[in-house]
Design a protein around this ligand. Structure first.
Ligand code: K1U
Ligand code: ZN
Length: 174
């Protein structure tokens, strides 16, 4: 398994909609393994392929935070939301592509998602709580949308400027 660098906003690759995966190949399985390792190492609870510069329509997540509960790494290929609750939930979200910035985002509290597993089988699951927030945040990434796109323009601009500065500083340090 290999750690992959995570793209930082702003980057055009984070704004593109990913096309569906048409074939589950060894390269895709390797990408899924690398994404899980990269997510755990960050650390994060989710990661979408565009964040590691891939256009595969695939995300990984594991929202188990309690060290007494075994980890639950999930890989979702071509995820589709098939149900959203009317009830909404607000969570202070972060993003590995927008380090150290957090903001409240309101989303449906519960969603049902259908996807393909790495073995090609169709799966469907109802998500609640942090899992529901995380899977929606990651599916947004696959559609070129970031959590800051839900914020007021001024706040979004402020965060974008901070990220531009961070990228300049990181480039200078190389
Ligand atoms: O997609 C990403 O950038 C990952 C992101 C997912 C996410 C966080 C919060 C709400 C919705 C989706 C993260 O994992 S940010 C890091 C984070 O939330 C976290 C890190 C360590 C422990 C617990 C949470
Ligand atoms: Zn994110």
């Amino acid at each position: 398994m290999t750690l992959r660098p995570i793209l930082i906003h702003p980057d055009p690759r984070l704004k593109a909609k990913t096309p569906p995966v048409t074939e589950i190949t060894d390269d895709l399985r390797k990408l899924a393994d690398d994404m899980l390792q990269t997510m755990y190492e960050a650390p994060g609870i989710g990661l979408a392929a565009p964040q590691v510069a891939s256009d595969a329509r695939m995300l990984v997540m594991d929202c188990v935070k309690d060290e007494h509960i075994p980890p639950r790494p999930m890989v979702l290929i071509n995820p589709e939301v098939t149900f959203t609750s009317e009830r909404m939930n607000t969570y202070e979200e972060g993003c590995l592509s927008i380090p150290d910035q957090y903001a409240d985002v309101e989303r449906p509290a519960e969603v049902t998602v259908r996807w393909l597993g790495l073995d090609g089988s169709e799966q469907e699951e109802h998500f609640t709580g942090l899992w529901a927030t995380c899977v929606q945040h990651e599916i947004d990434h696959l559609n070129g949308k970031l959590f800051i796109d839900y914020l007021k323009p001024l706040k979004r601009q402020m965060i974008t400027r901070k990220m531009q500065k961070l990228k300049r500083e990181r480039a200078r340090a190389l």
